[in-house]
Design a protein around this ligand. Structure first.
Ligand SMILES: Cc1cc2nc3c(=O)[nH]c(=O)nc-3n(C[C@H](O)[C@H](O)[C@H](O)COP(=O)(O)OP(=O)(O)OC[C@H]3O[C@@H](n4cnc5c(N)ncnc54)[C@H](O)[C@@H]3O)c2cc1C
Length: 385
């Protein structure tokens, strides 16, 4: 068993880390305070090839494999320290763009992918509704056929990139009489479509540089050929696959965030003097650092195991949920301990560590809550025996 990344992958990691340290990190604090998405920075990410990572080069992407895509998201988070930007990039790539690559017709791919992969367009995926989150099968947003068009009615909530997206992949019920989880289809909705509107942006605890929005579809007419994938099959084919990308790829950002927090905590422990010596000399602080390192390494190994299984095309549903669950809980534990090492300074917004708890909390909610991951893991165990 070989746990090493290739020389090429390590060099790529370093190049993304350096790019993020130079371009992303300097404004991360201000963007968090202001809750502001930076379009210029987005264009730079596109220029660097980070917005179409796994998409084939023929559509403007970088053609990166799954592991390399994870490495890029991890390096962007570690070097840039902007979890909001990481969220916007992760959502844009894994749930706003990948579904078009994997399920789109050739015409849809030609039309949207070159713009999404270069960053000219921003992508979003809208599944969650005010009354349906974990239970995605019970969405109410309706699409009814009218000639060669579909008419969408309903609302979506908590949509990452919602207010800035050029394309929204929206799930809606096309056959209300089909069985549970059936009769749901996906549509690519362009932002200037009549009947589509952005409700408002939601003011968030963390990941604040990424917009989170309410979206409304009021008799929103889209052409039949905006349907993505097979009619009635989107919950299983498109949405669940998106959850899988979130659990095996997108959460690599959290690993990068954990690495940055640990480095900051180590540096601070060596520098901060209390009772005549650096706090790093106190065994209790050393144990906190050792615990953080152990959590980080375990989280990283679980994530890359799931990512590798996905890359190899092997079954990995349980492993993806184990990774998502562990990364989420470890990210929060490490953020709490890292903040504690900084004492009073950890509670002050000027220090990047202050963002870590606010940012980390999302990981146990978005992309399927920790409770849902436990349900999936338990189901896998019980079905196996
Ligand atoms: C910052 C952010 C970004 C997001 N981005 C997107 C996006 O881009 N697109 C999108 O479609 N959605 C997005 N979401 C929505 C996210 O996926 C949902 O919030 C999440 O799935 C939980 O759904 P809910 O909020 O409706 O909570 P609920 O499903 O109502 O759950 C409430 C609580 O009950 C628990 N619970 C529910 N069912 C069970 C069960 N069967 N067993 C045990 N416990 C259960 C949950 O774990 C949770 O603790 C985002 C959310 C946030 C906060």
């Amino acid at each position: 068993m070989d746990f090493r990344h290739s020389e090429e992958q390590l060099a790529f990691y370093k190049s993304v880390f350096d790019f993020a340290a130079e371009k992303v990190e300097p404004g991360a604090h201000t963007r968090d305070i202001e809750g502001r998405f930076d379009h210029d920075l987005w264009a730079e990410l596109g220029g660097f090839g980070l917005l179409g990572l796994p998409v084939p080069e023929q559509y403007g992407g970088s053609g990166a494999d799954i592991i390399t895509t994870c490495l890029a998201l991890e390096a962007l988070a570690e070097g840039g320290g902007d979890a909001g930007l990481g969220l916007s990039v992760g959502a844009h790539v894994t749930i706003g763009t990948v579904p078009i690559w994997l399920h789109g017709t050739e015409e849809q791919k030609q039309k949207y992918l070159p713009k999404l992969t270069t960053g000219e367009y921003i992508g979003a995926m809208a599944i969650t509704e005010p009354e349906a989150g974990s239970d995605a099968a019970s969405i109410k947003c309706r699409a009814r056929r009218d000639g060669n068009e579909w008419v969408l009615s309903g609302s979506k909530i908590f949509i990452t990139n919602g207010s800035i997206a050029d394309t929204i992949i929206a799930l809606a019920v096309t056959d209300p009489d089909a069985g549970p989880g059936q009769g749901i289809s996906a549509f690519i909705v362009e932002r200037d479509t009549l009947g589509f509107s952005v409700g408002r942006d939601l003011d968030k605890m963390g990941t604040r540089s990424s917009p989170l929005s309410l979206l409304h579809f009021d008799d929103c007419r889209v052409p039949h050929d905006s349907m993505l994938g097979d009619e009635g099959a989107a919950l299983w084919a498109v949405a669940f696959e998106c959850f899988d990308w979130e659990r095996t790829v997108m959460i690599a950002s959290s690993i990068g965030g954990m690495k940055a927090s640990l480095s900051a905590a180590v540096a601070y422990a060596k520098e901060r003097v209390a009772f005549g010596k650096p706090i790093a000399h106190q065994q209790v602080i050393q144990h906190k650092l050792a615990d953080m390192k152990t959590q980080l390494d375990a989280a990283r190994l679980l994530l890359y195991r799931a990512a590798w299984l996905k890359q190899e095309g092997l079954p990995h549903q349980t492993e993806a949920s184990v990774a998502k669950l562990f990364v989420a809980e470890a990210a929060m534990r490490n953020a709490v301990e890292g903040t504690q090492i900084f004492g009073g300074y950890g509670y002050i917004k000027e220090y990047p560590i202050e963002r870590s708890m606010r940012d980390a909390k999302l990981v146990s909610i978005g992309g399927g809550t920790s409770e849902i991951q436990k349900m999936i893991v338990a189901r896998g165990l019980l079905e196996e025996q």
